[in-house]
Write a protein that binds this ligand. Sequence first.
Ligand code: NAP
Length: 246
Amino acid sequence: MLEKRVALVTGASRGIGKAIAQELAGDGIYVVLNCSAHADAAEAAAEEIRQAGGEAEAVPFSVDDETQVKEAVDGILARLGRIDILVNNAGITRDGLLMMMKPKDFEDVMRVNLFGTYYCTKAVIRQMVKRRIGRIVNISSISGIMGNAGQANYSASKAGIIGFTKAVAREMAGRNITVNAIAPGFIDTDMTRAMSAELREKAAAQIPVGHFGTPEDVARAVSFLVSEDSGYITGQVLAVDGGMSM
Ligand code: NAP
């Protein structure tokens, strides 16, 4: 079994997931970077970490496919012997007003964001229970707390993640496994760069600190929630949103 702690970060080929992987590697954790479509980008991100002196590898699989998740997690466990930390970060949007929203757009978002979180958590949890150690951080969104027009599917998936987090936190509390969620506000990544300039300006005007956050702002919060210091914190939702949801 590997000596150092091992973290699996889903959706780590870019944006928030990549920043989380870099931050955890900087904390001395062996990081497995997952993504689905852009395996080259995840491999490049893992190489960047190795070049900086950290330890990392890329393992592509789609979080919305239970068989792929199970096979990938079993493979990691066979090679490294442990997964101490799971960050369920992979997420997608298929925005549109409810009256126009197609069932497929609702289903795809639920499958990746919510089912993906369930599949990955289920796949890692047994060995955490056996070893009586674990840290799980689920990336929700302020859309799951406040709702957001044009995001009924996404808001439902992210609110679902909050309920899931609290239920699993209660199940695992006696086993030295903490389960928390982070609810980012508007963070500057490809996901928010897809918004029009007008929408981005409107969004920034709603943020008390006056600007979008960075992926590193989220990554530092994850670093704390997976650290030894956070063992008495479980079932919580930490908003990293420049004060937007207060
Ligand atoms: P992003 O730049 O679009 O990156 C999304 C990541 O998820 C990519 O690495 C993508 O990789 C991966 N992914 C997508 N579908 C996947 C699948 N089926 N299996 C595995 N990986 C998959 O998004 P981001 O802005 O960094 O967001 C990261 C998380 O934060 C998401 O859960 C998002 O909902 C949440 N969040 C973001 C913001 C924001 O303002 N940016 C705010 C609140 C919450 P591939 O494309 O290679 O598969």
